[in-house]
Design a binder for this molecule. Sequence first.
Ligand code: SF4
Length: 346
Amino acid sequence: MTILELNGIAKHFSTRGGVVRAVDGVSFRLARGETLALVGESGCGKSTTARLALRLIEPSAGTLHFDGADITKAPAKTLRAMRRRAQIVFQDPYASLNPRHSIAETLEEPLLVHGIGDAASRRARVAELLSLVGLSPFHAERFPHEFSGGQRQRIGIARALAAGPDLVVCDEPVSALDVSIQAQVVNLLKDLQARFGLAYLFIAHDLAVVRHMADRVAVMYLGRIVEQADKRSLFAAPSHPYTRALLAAIPRPDPAGRGRLSPPPGDPPSPINPPAGCPFHPRCGFAEARCATDVPPLRAIAPGHVVACHLAESLPPQPAAVDDRPSENAMRRIALSASRMAAKAM
Ligand code: SF4
């Protein structure tokens, strides 16, 4: 059952230099209990899309549905009710916490805003939330500066869970953390999803994390989705040259020293003045004449797999970027060893 649906959502900003098409006609559906990852280089529009999905910013065009209801132009009262069920975890766990508020005050705030419970039940809920994210009730009276980055992100996750959401938008939730801590937080998010049936819109540029976390992946380039598929199809048979370049750029352990293949060549063009035709054509090694004039439509090449490339079916095969299972096992091993180290340090 669909919890979130975006249809042709766009966000254009007027600047002195012209109109910035930050998001330009993005459509997708997210089911309950599912994780859809939005990936792409910095500036591709994925974080703006995340904010549009929660209507934290107003769309310039398109429609937005949450749990079947059209919230594109919903009034503040409807949005407040929706936001109880749709929360966000930010990239920077320190900047997203008020340094003057104790953790108890931080976690109680969403309950107060949404009128949930009395003082005693809110205190109990704070203790429960801390334990859900692997912290202790005695942490409630401490302040953000007394915690490590990983602990602060756990607090950010606890705050997102406070009001019992159905959907959590995770905006680069681990990219500011050390690798060993990333694995712990990613595994925590997966455990919480299994326990509460949460849907995640997971914004990331690290495809190794996405491979571990996502059910489906949408690749964004210059404000548009250029490929969308279930995780296994996308990693096994990427069909857009940009997706291929992103996958080839994943660092991999390689004794021969070939840890990283070619990243996407060049820089993304300006969203104020995007190239004609396929927006990727100035960087694409497969481009032909029509790519510079004809915009490739997003079209299905297999069930559940869409791609915006004229040549998707005729590209030479590319070996799978990396095998899926070792990566997931590696994440578990890293998390386990980090937990043991943390236990020894206590
Ligand atoms: Fe490359 Fe042409 Fe495909 Fe665009 S449409 S990704 S330029 S091959």
